[in-house]
Write a protein that binds this ligand. Structure first.
Ligand SMILES: [Fe+2]
Ligand SMILES: [Fe+2]
Length: 244
């Protein structure tokens, strides 16, 4: 059933970092750009008319809210990890400067994307934002101190978890698409675009993972405890940010 459409969406707010503690007062969020009245199949007179748009239910909207909240926090963490790692890594391995910059620039792009999305949909950023800032900076700094291999092992661990996380979101939206098809409806353009964006970012994260392995992440000492503890930390951060 179509939920009421938010009558107006505010433009993205630039001072996003300052309002992370403010709870969202907006209850009716909308992930489709088409008026809900168009979702009535009986209004379509012939088969060539556009299909009605799929309208998200409350649970699906909540899923998307928490996914975008986690994505934003994760991308912030990624930029901070690289910011803290890069000076130490390139000091002893100057040839890695372009690679570190390339990965940082992509993370910055991801963060900008999710900053815009959560501002547009008035999603509350995680209240753990300041904690993740400190944790990510410490993680980047400490693995940078440990050396190139440990820094790469950090990237390998983080991207393994984040790649899985984005994959889950892609799979979820694909299940909505299948549901829409079965009803003779289609996803609205914004959701389709979101699906494309999630796939692109997932692929870029997995590209980072490949770069890490190519640059001897497996040679880190001690590899297993280091990677396992970082992966565990990522999973915990994701779970917490989904709710808090
Ligand atoms: Fe990223
Ligand atoms: Fe990444």
């Amino acid at each position: 059933m179509a939920l009421p459409r938010c009558s107006s969406l505010s433009p993205p707010r630039p001072a996003l970092l300052l309002d992370f503690l403010a709870p969202s007062a907006v209850r009716h969020r909308q992930y489709h750009a088409t008026p809900f009245y168009q979702s009535t199949a009986t209004t379509q007179p012939n088969s060539e008319a556009p299909r009605p748009k799929y309208v998200l239910n409350k649970k699906q909207k909540e899923y998307l809210d928490s996914a975008l909240r986690v994505n934003q926090a994760g991308e912030l963490a990624a930029t901070l990890i690289y910011t803290a790692q890069t000076p130490q890594v390139v000091r002893s391995h100057p040839h890695l400067r372009p690679l570190m910059k390339h990965m940082y620039d992509q993370e910055k792009g991801h963060l900008t994307t999710f900053n815009h999305m959560i501002a547009k949909h008035r999603i509350r950023p995680t209240a753990m934002y300041p904690v993740w800032e400190v944790a990510a900076t410490f993680l980047g700094w400490s693995t940078g101190v440990m050396g190139r291999e440990a820094a790469m092992a950090c990237t390998e661990a983080v991207e393994t978890e984040i790649g899985t996380h984005y994959n889950d979101q892609v799979r979820e939206i694909l299940s909505w698409e299948a549901d829409a098809e079965s009803r003779g409806e289609e996803l609205d353009d914004e959701l389709k675009e979101m699906l494309t964006t999630f796939r692109r970012i997932r692929d870029e994260e997995l590209e980072h993972l490949d770069h890490a392995v190519e640059n001897d992440s497996k040679e880190a000492q001690p590899y297993d405890p280091l990677v396992n503890v970082i992966r565990l930390g990522c999973r915990a951060a994701i779970k917490i940010s989904e709710r808090v």
